[in-house]
Design a protein. Structure first.
Length: 245
């Protein structure tokens, strides 16, 4: 993933209009002509009638199995109608497509589309922590603006100190940045709240391993292995433990 210094340049260089042209060229003439006509219609119709045009565009792009384009017009319709439900759906759709994107420019573009939807949704309902978690994921995994994502997560735990998903992600990021003491404090607290949460146990084990407290790490990995109860996972954990004990 690009760091923040490169994100804007990559995003600006992403030829989305060119991609749309390529998609149109792959469709039969009738459908591509219909889409072009509808897009022109959007520019010349009243706001009240645009929603119906978006519906037609979504249907045609979806029928052509071009989900990036269908998601784009669904999100545009959701923004026009200012529907919290549809904004969240569109944002999640873009987030899913972000994870599936085959190259970086498209990944960043999808993340920015999701961010736009989630931002507008939060204007209507600023207390939706599920949307905030999705927004943080867009910043961290999509556009490489890690600190923006962290600030969103810290805002969640400030309001809800026991918010498990936000604390897990913050703990995981602390491990990844080798802030092992911070990770241990956060994850040990979570462990008292959800002692059987395998994500908590796994990242806490990684934190202790990173700090050099191997025995504590092994105990936690063993607990995690027992709770997951999957032969393939157990084999991987055993191999991993043997690599550092």
């Amino acid at each position: 993933m690009a760091d923040h210094a490169n994100t804007e340049a990559i995003s600006a260089a992403f030829p989305f209009d060119s991609l749309k042209t390529v998609f149109l060229s792959q469709m039969n003439t009738n459908n591509s002509s219909a889409i072009t006509s509808l897009e022109n219609q959007l520019k010349n119709t009243t706001t009240a009638l645009q929603s119906g045009v978006y519906d037609s565009l979504i249907r045609l792009w979806k029928a052509a199995d071009k989900l990036n384009m269908a998601a784009y017009y669904f999100s545009e319709k959701a923004k026009l109608e200012n529907s919290e439900k549809n904004l969240n759906f569109a944002g999640q759709l873009h987030l899913d497509l972000m994870h599936e994107a085959p190259y970086q420019g498209l990944q960043i573009w999808e993340a920015k589309q999701a961010i736009s939807c989630f931002d507008q949704s939060l204007q209507s309902n600023p207390n939706n922590d599920t949307v905030k978690m999705a927004l943080a994921s867009c910043f961290i995994q999509g556009v490489g603006e890690t600190m923006k994502g962290v600030q969103v997560l810290l805002g969640i735990v400030k309001e809800h100190p026991d918010h498990v998903p936000a604390n897990i992600l913050l703990g995981k990021m602390a491990v990844q940045s080798q802030q092992f003491d911070k990770a241990i404090v956060r994850l040990e607290r979570l462990k008292t709240i959800e002692p059987k949460n395998t994500e908590v146990l796994y990242f806490l084990a990684e934190a202790y391993k990173g700090k050099g407290e191997k025995e504590k790490a092994i105990v936690l990995f063993e607990q995690c292995k027992k709770l997951v109860n999957n032969p393939a996972f157990s084999k991987d954990i055993d191999t991993y433990i043997n690599s550092f004990k």
